[in-house]
Design a protein around this ligand. Structure first.
Ligand SMILES: Cc1ncc(COP(=O)(O)O)c(C=O)c1O
Length: 385
């Protein structure tokens, strides 16, 4: 990517911040000892690791010992799902999730279903939001796990996590897992202390930290099976020498994201509203998948009867990077499961485009997108004549 590229694909991944890279390199340089070693250098590395844990724990109001470092969102989601199922199968075999989860949740529960677990998938409305009544009707005494994402990666819908937690905990002993990969560091994830989610997934590379870093955060003491066994690192739950530089960089990026959140949110909301207005000008040719109640850093829309790749390539020629609904599904030829769940008209299913903002997005990027996109739409109309 050259330095003039306008990168509007921050929900796929982000560019690490210079100050995060600096921390990462410094830790590699000075604190490369194994944090499990008992010599002084190991103790120092471990102290740094514990501080990183504490910083992340503070953000979601839990304790340092409840932050388990992983290699990212996929691993944390797999860990939450398989770990809960394995350790709680004696209490029941019922699992609830939604139709619009990330594949790292959906594929994991699919495997459990093949092993005899019963999985219920919550539907969503046109704005991508679950129905609490449906959740209420599905939670049972033998439900052992409910996994609901906070912000949807393809179109930004925000789920009512706090209300869902109340229902789940009132009606069952189920563990409530929330995939917060697209919300952590972007919108507040400070859930109610008494009655919030029990497990939270976060990922470093979505918040300008490094790829291959993430965490599964526990908000209370839970019975969950270890995910990787071996030397017993990460409180016996995730063995393997801990990647201290990644963990410290993740904590730094988290802190920066949270400190900048209020200011960034204002910016994102401004661009979001601006782009909504701009896209509405194209009338019935464009369908907006993102609703104004969704997260402001993701805007997703579809152009009638047009393949997403055509628009992506046209924008790319002008140095603008966006994606189809998600990086995972963008290479697939089938409609994404999220788009299917939204129940939109078939003529709008092929051309879903997602713009997602990050710390390096500036006003000029949005203006440039608007100019180029208008030109592309004009050209396409010309071609269609
Ligand atoms: C909602 C959501 N969950 C999980 C993941 C997986 O995270 P990672 O890429 O860190 O494995 C992603 C990545 O796109 C995501 O958007």
């Amino acid at each position: 990517m050259n330095s003039n590229t306008i990168y509007l694909d921050n929900s796929a991944t982000t560019k690490p911040l210079p100050e995060v890279m600096q921390t990462f390199l410094q830790v590699n340089e000075l604190y490369y000892a194994n944090p499990a070693s008992i010599h002084e250098a190991g103790v120092e590395a471990n102290a740094l690791l514990m501080r990183a844990r504490e910083q992340i724990a503070n953000i979601v109001r839990t304790e340092a010992k409840d932050v388990i470092f992983t290699a990212g969102g996929t691993e944390s989601n797999n860990f939450a799902i398989f770990g809960t199922a394995q350790a709680n199968v004696h209490k029941g075999k019922h699992i609830i999730t939604t139709k619009i989860e990330h594949p790292s949740v959906l594929e994991a529960v699919k495997i459990l279903a093949q092993q005899g677990f019963e999985v219920d998938y919550l539907s969503v409305n046109e704005a991508g939001v679950i129905s609490l009544d449906e959740l209420r009707s599905k939670v049972r005494k033998d439900t052992i796990l409910v996994s609901i994402m906070h912000v949807n990666n393809e179109m930004g819908a925000i789920q009512p996590i706090q209300d869902a937690a109340k229902i789940i905990h009132e009606q069952s002993r189920a563990i409530f897992h929330v995939d917060a990969v697209q919300s952590f560091g972007k919108i507040p994830v400070q859930f109610n202390d008494q009655n919030g989610p029990d497990l939270i997934t976060i990922s470093g590379h979505k918040i300008h930290a490094l790829k291959g870093s993430g965490a599964l955060i526990f908000r209370k003491k839970l019975t969950i099976a270890p995910y990787i066994v071996g030397g017993g690192q990460e409180f016996g739950l995730r063995s393997g020498t801990v990647a201290v530089p990644q963990a410290v960089a993740l904590a730094k990026a988290s802190r920066i994201a949270v400190e900048a959140m209020a200011e960034k949110t204002l910016q994102y909301e401004k661009w979001y509203k601006d782009l909504h207005l701009f896209l509405r000008n194209f009338g019935s040719n464009i369908h907006l998948l993102s609703s104004e109640a969704g997260a402001a850093h993701i805007i997703s829309f579809s152009v009638k009867e047009l393949k997403g790749e055509i628009l992506i390539n046209a924008l790319q020629k002008h140095g603008i990077i966006v994606s189809t609904s998600s990086a995972c599904s963008s290479k697939q030829t089938t409609t994404s499961h999220v788009v299917e769940a939204l129940n939109i008209a078939p003529s709008f299913k092929k051309g879903v485009l997602r713009l997602s903002f990050g710390a390096q997005t500036i006003d000029a990027h949005i203006e440039q997108f608007k100019t180029i996109f208008s030109d592309i739409m004009c050209d396409l109309k010309g071609e269609n004549k």
